[in-house]
Design a protein around this ligand. Structure first.
Ligand code: SF4
Length: 578
């Protein structure tokens, strides 16, 4: 970066280029920024980078700002996997510094907060613990790490910390205790020993997984005298009923079973334990690759920045044996490190594979004396989402409590009386049969939900489309959700016959031609501001599959109605996200 950007003007231009990429505009929209706010942020980030580089990076070790000199940046957002310790993580930056005449490789962790706002404990012990862990992880690659750097952006405060070896030892012992307890247990909710010193008032009271943590203690039914005080306090302060507890337990079993199935397909664990050649035998890895040329900066079709790198298969067979294909998510490993980079396969031909990587390769990999392997990985987001939904549903919040009443305690909906529809609305539904008409009116009059069952061919899709039209006519916003993309496209194509005020959350490559211009990918690619994006995303009807509920649109918009097609395939916990 310092080669290309040597003035504040250059930095501001670069910040603007980055912030007007479709993906960045979508994220900014998702967190509710306006164009003015985004522009101010660009300027302040550019100014901060310029100041950081001038004072912190190139500034002298004068004891005022720095007690050391920065010599080089070895990596940014480094993935470090250490099978030796069973740890993995992403380090903000790996830097080379010179302190007291000695060169040292250290992790540098950026924190957005300020030390001044935390009067009781200016530098958080969690943060020091975090960088201490990084020193341990980095030691398998760089040898013993003597220092770690913590930088608080808000008040420009840099501190240097030697690793706390005793605390690290304790941390790993606690982790091992937890793993042992999980693997020895035959139940679905093993007893997880809580570390000593966790205080209910100080930590648990505001912990967002408090209810789940308590349910897990209840399930284990340990004798009172074996419980820690924190565990007793958690039990005493939990208001969940037995029905709610059973619901949680049953759905944990379902999600765990689903996770096991996914793990069988991907075998991510093998990355930690098996050689690449053995993994290649199972068809999820391509081993013995050589880097061709260098990695080059590249932007994908969504405006996501990364690096392109090509690799060639060496050895007796020039054929790719694995079941990998274009667009698969992968982990790239070298013969000396596991998982140095994540990415996506861009092309696979003859004996060459090209990857779109999150990060450029470290300088040391440019010498060409390494072999690489590419493993197909599970991005886990659908399963992780299910755990997340379940956790939110069991949370101690009024919204979770309300939803539990309907989903678990089977509270029935109330229906209000509707006024007679106006003639045009009557026109929309006049060719529906009696049952379909009833469904239409009941859907509009429920105070919470309406559950509709129908055999194939009974006219569910026709009813949904008519309901959509009626709701849009009544100026309501509607979210249409289905489990499969095909069912969703079927509904939207029919709706489009006389109304195109809708968008579809999807990548255009997966959308039918007739719907492509309505996809968020296509729409976001054509905009240059948050205001334009907001206008495009403000259509009354939004269609999505259950797997796309993480789109930024759902952080911003709330809908008057939500129609879930193929509801029997949706986990009830997903309702929380709708
Ligand atoms: S509620 Fe459970 S997970 Fe949360 S802080 Fe307390 S012991 Fe830890």
């Amino acid at each position: 970066m310092t080669d290309r950007l040597d003035s504040l003007t250059d930095l501001k231009k670069e910040a603007k280029t980055i912030c007007t990429r479709p993906q960045m505009l979508e994220r900014a929209y998702g967190i509710g920024l306006t164009d003015d706010e985004l522009e101010k942020l660009q300027t302040s980030v550019a100014e901060w980078v310029a100041r950081f580089m001038r004072v912190r990076f190139f500034g002298p070790a004068d004891g005022k700002h720095n007690n050391f000199n920065f010599m080089d940046v070895l990596g940014v957002e480094d993935n470090i996997w250490t099978p030796t310790f069973g740890l993995k993580g992403k380090i903000d930056a790996t830097v080379l510094i010179k302190k007291d005449g000695q060169l040292m490789t250290t992790p540098l962790e950026f924190k957005t907060g300020s030390t001044k706002s935390q009067k009781r404990q200016p530098i958080k012990s969690d943060h020091v613990g975090q960088v201490s862990l990084y020193t341990l992880m980095m030691s398998t690659k760089y040898g013993p790490i003597q220092e770690a750097l913590l930088y608080y952006i808000s008040d420009d405060s840099m501190s240097i910390h030697p690793p706390r070896n005793l605390e690290l030892q304790q941390l790993l012992m606690n982790r091992n205790k937890l793993v042992r307890s999980t693997t020895l247990s035959e139940g679905d909710l093993p007893y997880l020993p809580r570390p000593d010193g966790i205080d209910y008032e100080f930590k648990c009271k505001t912990c967002e997984v408090r209810n789940i943590c308590t349910l897990q203690i209840r399930k284990n039914k340990r004798p009172e005298n074996e419980l820690m005080n924190t565990e007793k306090a958690l039990l005493a302060n939990c208001n969940l009923s037995d029905e709610e507890f059973d619901f949680f337990e049953q759905w944990m079993k379902v999600i765990n079973a689903e996770t096991e199935e996914v793990e069988k397909r991907y075998n991510d664990k093998n990355l930690w334990t098996l050689d690449p050649e053995v993994r290649e035998g199972s068809g999820t890895c391509i081993a013995n690759l050589k880097l061709v040329g260098d990695s080059v900066p590249w932007e994908d079709s969504c405006g996501k920045a990364g690096f392109l790198a090509s690799f060639e298969k060496k050895g007796s067979s020039s054929q790719f044996l694995a079941n990998l294909k274009v667009n698969d998510f992968i982990a790239l490993s070298s013969n000396v490190e596991v998982c140095i980079n994540y990415g996506v396969i861009v092309s696979l031909r003859d004996n060459e594979i090209t990857l779109f990587l999150d990060q450029t390769l470290h300088k040391e990999y440019k010498s060409g004396n390494f072999t690489y392997s590419v493993d197909k990985i599970n991005t886990t987001s659908p399963i992780a989402s299910q755990y997340g939904y379940l956790m939110k549903l069991m949370n101690d919040t009024p919204e979770a409590e309300r939803l539990r009443q309907y989903i678990i305690m089977k509270k029935q909906p109330n229906f209000k009386k509707l006024l007679l529809p106006d003639p045009q609305l009557q026109q929309i539904v006049n060719d529906l049969n009696t049952e379909q008409s009833r469904l239409n009116w009941k859907s509009q009059s429920t105070d919470s939900f309406l559950f509709v069952k129908g055999t194939p061919g009974s006219g569910k899709t026709a009813s949904i489309v008519r309901l959509l039209k009626a709701l849009v006519y009544a100026k309501k916003s509607v979210l249409v959700v289905s489990y499969t993309g095909m069912a969703l496209e079927h509904i939207l194509k029919k709706f489009k016959e006389d109304n195109d005020e809708f968008i579809k959350i999807n990548s255009s490559s997966a959308a039918e031609d007739s719907l492509r211009s309505h996809t968020t990918k296509e729409l976001s690619n054509s905009v240059t501001s948050i205001a334009e994006l907001t206008e495009l995303y403000n259509k009354p009807v939004v269609g999505t599959t259950l797997l796309s509920l993480k789109h930024p649109i759902f952080q911003v918009r709330r809908f008057d109605y939500c129609i879930v097609d193929e509801a029997s395939q949706a986990l009830p916990t997903a309702v929380f996200e709708l």
